[in-house]
Design a protein around this ligand. Structure first.
Ligand code: SF4
Length: 209
């Protein structure tokens, strides 16, 4: 069984796939923070802006792979239109995403993307790998499609990852109380380090989830 926080259809807001319609499959749980505010300061990752605890979001629940693929498919408007795309996110989706679910999604016609913190090896067959390191120097994901660095962070810097085998390198300003300052820092970093492109959280600007 997979424990799912929420499933929803929207436009991808970030990175190289920005603007693409996608079903977001948010798994519960993360290995970098337990999601409790009282434990945030001592977590590996202490700037999380995602609610990944509980199963009370839209279409949240516990599913087997067949049930889960049915729900995901029901949210895509027409399986014959466009390339159906599902983004597995979290929390840390690789705590739960496995070969069985990937295979069933492929059989149904979905392209499968994942957004991971890079601490767990990616199963074979994922079509789009987005890795976003979060204060973790020891990563298990050394190649993929896009590396998205939330900027700035205290213990790691983009240059620690610029040698890895990714097609796109993105800098995205950290949201929160310092977001305006972080945006300027992110812009300046890209201008001075043109290997890196700037990623906006466009879904927040246009009012999508
Ligand atoms: S790794 Fe991602 S999901 Fe986990 S606490 Fe950090 S930002 Fe949140």
């Amino acid at each position: 069984m997979y424990t799912i926080r929420e499933i929803f259809y929207t436009l991808q807001g970030e990175g190289a796939q920005s603007g693409r319609p996608a079903v977001f499959l948010r798994f519960t749980g993360c290995n970098f923070w337990n999601g409790k505010e009282e434990d945030r300061a001592s977590a590996i990752c202490n700037f999380c802006d995602t609610d990944f605890i509980g199963i009370d979001g839209s279409f949240g629940g516990k599913y087997n792979s067949k049930e889960l693929v049915e729900v995901i498919s029901s949210l895509w408007p027409d399986m014959k239109k466009g390339k159906p795309y599902v983004v597995c996110t979290g929390g840390e989706p690789l705590l739960q995403l496995d070969d069985e679910l990937i295979e069933k999604l492929h059989l149904k016609g979905f392209e499968v993307g994942v957004e991971t913190n890079g601490s767990i090896k990616v199963p074979n067959g994922i079509d789009w790998i987005c890795m976003s390191p979060k204060n973790n120097e020891n990563i298990m994901v050394h190649s993929g499609d896009e590396l998205k660095f939330i900027f700035p962070q205290t213990t790691i810097k983009p240059e620690d990852f610029s040698h890895l085998d990714f097609s796109h390198f993105y800098i995205q300003a950290m949201d929160g109380p310092d977001k305006d300052k972080n945006l300027q820092l992110a812009i300046d970093f890209c201008l001075n380090n043109p290997q890196w492109k700037h990623s906006l959280q466009s879904h927040k600007i246009i009012g999508l989830r």
